[in-house]
Design a protein around this ligand. Structure first.
Ligand code: TYM
Length: 471
């Protein structure tokens, strides 16, 4: 009897043990399954994010090409930079001090222009750095050190910049890259090509082809008035040059063949209802980055390094260009990026030609300049004179002070204005007066130089021809 009980007990014991084992096994399996589900979800999300950022499907074992990882159409993603929106068509932020450029450098994957680079440019050129460099207005770059390395070994480069002629009059903000490009041309003594994308404006705006082409010629006059050297500068309208240069068109098509619809969607945010002209346009803005697009200038050489000065809104075009370049056997263009000249109403948006009250145009009279600044320039001053004297103004959000940082060349005078405004010694009205007295003669002189630009001069600049330089 004792034997049977013992046997039964043993069997029951082993049964319970087995049951425990199975419960443990099944629970582990369920936990494991849940972990697999989480991992699969994470992988799927990573794949979707990868496609969103690069415009390409993820392929195991294939690292993404350089630059493509950082493609971003400026839309806020995953809370990275929700207040800043920067692309070729929109610039906006909720921050009164303007776009957070340090964050933008990280998001776009470019490099900050450190003091070391500014010092190096000074050493290489033997010239005092332009105020846009001294004050961090040009704040970001791609490969500028490589350009200088090569330049020091007597390998020169060329400059490329541009303008989308959407209106007859350009505003003061448009001058920023051209003023700086002129300085670069002078201190490095190098050739320059300037693209007028009249085709882009026809595709994006409700304008006729003839109008866009006419604006291109009118804008060329303002650009020439910045003082470019006719012997070293070629300005071209896409409508004119594309049809006359087989080499340029061949590069456009090469680029088109190496960029997918998914990629441009990822970079520029195009949708299915955008016309195919817009979708293929980025290849046209990319093509001047390659020297063999200009055989009359570079004699068919495809290895001349290009440097592009522009505001950072144009960077998406050149991220795409830099990704494509090695795949079609060309050097990647280097870049120098500027910050935005703000709208009169504040640094939340850039100055824009489509809003007359946000901008000071190169055609404005001294009276218009005075009225616009007095009426619309956002002030960092206090509400009453008493408060202002007591607490001082805030130059970091004051548009008049920001404009002076772009155009007042004297560093000491600018610093004194900043101190006086911050302490309350200088009132908003007085600060605006200094700005008015800086801009009025500057724009009047520009208008005077523009008057000297004849149709013949425009024709000279816009004729495809050899330029005078040593490479
Ligand atoms: P567009 O006409 O919008 O602008 C011309 C140049 O001016 C810069 N810019 C500004 N810079 C500072 N502050 C501002 N508020 C401001 N607004 C505009 C732009 O970054 C640009 O450098 N698609 C281009 C034309 C283009 C181009 C290029 C520009 C063709 N190839 C190569 C630069 C480099 C356009 O519509 O630019």
């Amino acid at each position: 009897m004792l034997h049977v009980t013992k046997h039964l007990f043993c069997s029951a014991f082993f049964l319970v043990l087995k049951l425990h084992y199975w419960v443990f096994f099944l629970t582990t399996l369920l936990i494991f399954q849940a972990e697999i589900d989480v991992a699969v979800q994470l992988l799927l999300k990573l794949k979707t994010d990868y496609k969103h950022l690069t415009g390409q499907d993820y392929k195991a074992g294939c690292p993404p090409p350089e630059n493509v990882v950082n493609q971003d159409n400026g839309a806020a993603t995953d809370g990275i930079d929700e207040e800043d929106n920067v692309d070729p068509w929109n610039v906006s932020t909720s921050n009164a001090k303007g776009v957070d450029y340090d964050k933008l450098i990280v998001r776009f994957g470019s490099s900050k222009i450190e003091t070391e680079l500014v010092d190096r440019i000074e050493k290489v050129t033997g010239q005092k750095p332009h105020r846009f460099l001294r004050r961090g207005i040009f704040f970001s770059h791609r490969d500028m050190h490589q350009v200088l390395d090569a330049y020091e070994k007597n390998k020169s480069f060329y400059l490329y910049t541009g303008r989308g002629p959407s209106s007859e009059a350009m505003h003061v903000g448009h001058l920023i890259p051209f003023i700086f490009t002129k300085w670069l041309q002078d201190v490095f003594d190098i050739p320059l090509v300037i693209q007028l994308t009249d085709d882009e404006k026809y595709l994006w705006k409700d304008l006729a082809i003839e109008e866009c082409h006419r604006f291109a010629v009118e804008n060329a006059k303002d650009i020439i008035a910045c003082g470019f050297d006719v012997n070293k500068t070629f300005i071209f309208s896409d409508f004119d040059y594309m049809g006359s240069s087989p080499e340029f068109y061949r590069n456009v098509v090469k680029i088109q063949k190496h960029v997918t619809y998914n990629q441009v969607k990822g970079i520029f945010g195009f949708t299915d209802s955008d016309c195919i002209g817009k979708i293929s346009f980025p290849a046209i803005q990319a093509a001047p980055s390659f020297s063999n697009s200009f055989p009359q200038i570079f004699g068919g050489r495809k290895d001349v390094q290009c440097l592009i000065p522009c505001a950072i809104d144009q960077d998406p075009y050149f991220r795409m260009t830099r990704d494509v370049a090695p795949r079609i056997g060309y050097p990647k263009p280097a870049l120098l990026h500027s910050s935005f000249f703000p709208a009169l109403q504040g640094a939340q948006t850039k100055m824009s030609a489509s809003d007359a009250n946000s901008s000071i145009f190169l055609t404005d009279t001294p009276k218009q300049i005075k009225n616009k600044i007095n009426k619309h320039a956002f002030s960092g001053g206090k509400d009453t004179i008493e408060e202002h004297r007591k607490f001082g103004g805030n130059p970091d959000v004051d548009v008049s002070f920001m404009y002076l940082t772009f155009f007042l060349d004297d560093d000491e005078q600018l610093e004194k204005i900043k101190q006086d405004y911050s302490s309350g010694a200088l009132l908003t009205g007085e600060l605006k007066k200094i700005l008015i007295e800086t801009l009025q003669p500057m724009i009047a002189q520009h208008q005077e130089r523009r008057k000297q630009v004849t149709e013949e001069t425009v024709k000279q600049f816009m004729t495809p021809r050899p330029l005078n330089f040593k490479l």
